[in-house]
Write a protein that binds this ligand. Structure first.
Ligand SMILES: [Zn+2]
Ligand SMILES: [Zn+2]
Length: 309
């Protein structure tokens, strides 16, 4: 099924977490007044995601973008039936005004060390090679101030609305993969993936454990005594006919095979467990009271005869 991530990958989880931290950090910085000093630590944190200090390496190898995570809360019935929904994600994108360098180049002068080229020629014996200029960090300019659009980060969060298909059977913590919607790749690399982490809201009537579902089934006093077939709604929006055995006590459990949660990977379903709850009628009619006395006479012994401590 499209969009379902199988298995768990530690590295991916770590990088996704980093990407998430990036989002929250950048959010916190947006309104802040942190100076250029924050720029270095930003590089330290995100250098491995975005391929090193921005601007310092003019020729970057293609690198895949970071995987990202986003939480989505859905109802239990949607989790059982599958659903399509919209999620808003903040994806890091290269800042346009500074082209990812994080520096405001308009407030600068050409670097005297490298004459503005960003790199210097170094001779080592008979060999000469280019290396990034240490004075300007490869920017080619000195006296730079942080870019006002991104605060020096070189990246801005760009909000995007995505339509996401949630497959039937997802549970708390399920990860639904949206290919190519993670962080942008660097140097022509492909984008990372977005993982939607599912949170399922508790349901008032149904509980889930693994692939099995649990629900109370109210029955009448007569149904408890005589038994009979009753209609029971199921999470797929259908009903199932369930046979109540005669002489059913309150609390008795019935198993309805194959009416539990659909398996996320596989075609089977779990089972539905019903707990019978005998419902006493809200009636003080003389007929009901008479019937209850007749019923009481039908007990051979007190139902509490065995209740000795
Ligand atoms: Zn320089
Ligand atoms: Zn910028």
């Amino acid at each position: 099924m499209d969009g379902v991530h199988s298995g768990f990958d530690d590295d991916r989880a770590r990088s996704a977490r980093r990407a998430y931290e990036w989002q929250s950090t950048s959010g916190a910085r947006a309104g802040g007044s942190s100076g250029f000093g924050g720029y270095q630590s930003f590089e330290d944190i995100f250098g491995d995601i975005f391929g090193g200090a921005a601007g310092a390496e003019p020729q970057q190898r293609p690198r895949r973008g970071a995987d990202m995570e986003s939480e989505l809360e859905i109802g239990l019935l949607d989790a059982m039936r599958g659903t399509s929904t919209q999620v808003a994600v903040d994806r890091p994108e290269i800042c346009d005004p500074c082209d990812g360098s994080g520096a405001d180049l308009s407030a600068s002068t050409p670097c005297s060390e490298c004459d503005g080229s960003g790199s210097v020629r170094v001779a080592q014996g008979p060999v000469t090679f280019n290396r990034s200029c240490l004075k300007c960090g490869g920017l080619g300019r000195t006296g730079t101030t942080p870019c006002r659009a991104c605060g020096g980060a070189g990246r801005v969060a760009s909000r995007e609305r995505l339509s996401v298909k949630i497959p039937p059977g997802v549970d708390n913590g399920s990860r639904v993969r949206v290919a190519g919607k993670g962080g942008a790749g660097v140097g022509g690399g492909t984008a990372g993936d977005l993982f939607i982490v599912i949170r399922v809201r508790p349901h008032g009537l149904i509980e889930r454990s693994g692939d099995n579902l649990y629900m109370d089934l109210p029955i009448t006093v007569g149904e408890a005594i005589r038994g009979g077939a009753v209609e029971v709604p199921t999470v797929d929006g259908m009903t199932v006919r369930v046979q109540i055995p005669e002489q059913s006590q309150s609390g008795k459990r019935l198993r309805v095979k194959g009416r539990g949660a659909p398996q996320l990977r596989g075609k089977d379903r779990g089972d539905l467990y019903l707990r019978l709850v005998v419902h006493v009628p809200h009636s003080d009619s003389p007929a009901a009271l008479d019937a209850s006395r007749v019923l009481d006479d039908a007990y051979g012994a007190s139902p509490r005869a065995g209740l000795r401590l």
